[in-house]
Design a protein around this ligand. Sequence first.
Ligand code: UDP
Ligand code: MG
Length: 320
Amino acid sequence: MAESHSPRLAVVVPCYNEQEVLPASVPTLLEVIEKAVSDGLASTDSFVLLCNDGSSDRTWAIIEDMHRADGRVKGMSLARNRGHQRVLLAGLESALRHGAEALVSIDADMQDDPWKILEMLRRYAEGCEIVYGVRSDRSSDSWFKRVTAEGFYRMQRSMGLDTIPNHADYRLMSARATGMLLQYEEANIFLRGIMPLIGLKTAVVEYPRTARMAGETHYPLSKMLSLSIDGITSFTARPMRMIFIVGLILLLADIAVAIYVLGAYFSHEVISGWSSIMLSVWFLGSLILMALGIIGEYVGKIFIESKHRPRYFISDELYD
Ligand code: UDP
Ligand code: MG
């Protein structure tokens, strides 16, 4: 069961304006790595890869200092801010290229218990190639964040998206699974939706989510909304089917309206239907606009994907 050789672990951390957080979180990650090495779960050349996503504060300077002070801290920087999903992908690709065998992605703020990496590595040693970190308790998040996040997962499920509830981007992947992930070439990548498509042997590790170590969230409501719209529109065309069904129902309603109107016409009623006409014009107008908007989302996706633009450029890498 236990593998004869312990894997080279890479802990990949996306960092966007995290100058307050890094001095606290990196020592913790190094401690976790030390423990993993001493437990025989990871090799001695395991490392932390800090991935700077075009931060505007001192994040990159701090990463450079940390790399100089401790060779187990590696660095990678994108040429500009590309967002959480893409910097993560860039970091995974970079770590894989530098010989990582087990890759863990984790946020910089340590809201996801880093000590669970040990349990993930144990699952890995048992042959699991994707290990999902799942939040069992979100009571440390604000009420608003909890309610919106819950709505986010519920909407995804109702749209037929196969995601793991309460799993964000804290997970372990084998080198093979990471290589497979990198073969998905879409520009608008939604990692949580892709991972279940890969298959392979998976496992789940649960942990309670804690509050941010320092600094503030970079996921305000606007970014959460755009992530959830991307998540849905890149995985399912069900919203378009729903437009069709709503149209069909309205068509049936139209028949009833037509019967009513004709009846009124023949019983020579006066034209007093101004309010009902206004209501239906507004109602139908908003339905049409919504339908156009949904179709526009998909057409926009086709437009963006058809250009095959590079998803990111790595400008710097710090490996010994
Ligand atoms: N992040 C990033 N680029 C961005 C926004 C966020 O790399 O444009 C990183 C951020 O540094 C953190 C992770 O993504 O490591 C999650 O962000 P955050 O903790 O702010 O989100 P929340 O946990 O509040 O959803
Ligand atoms: Mg966070």
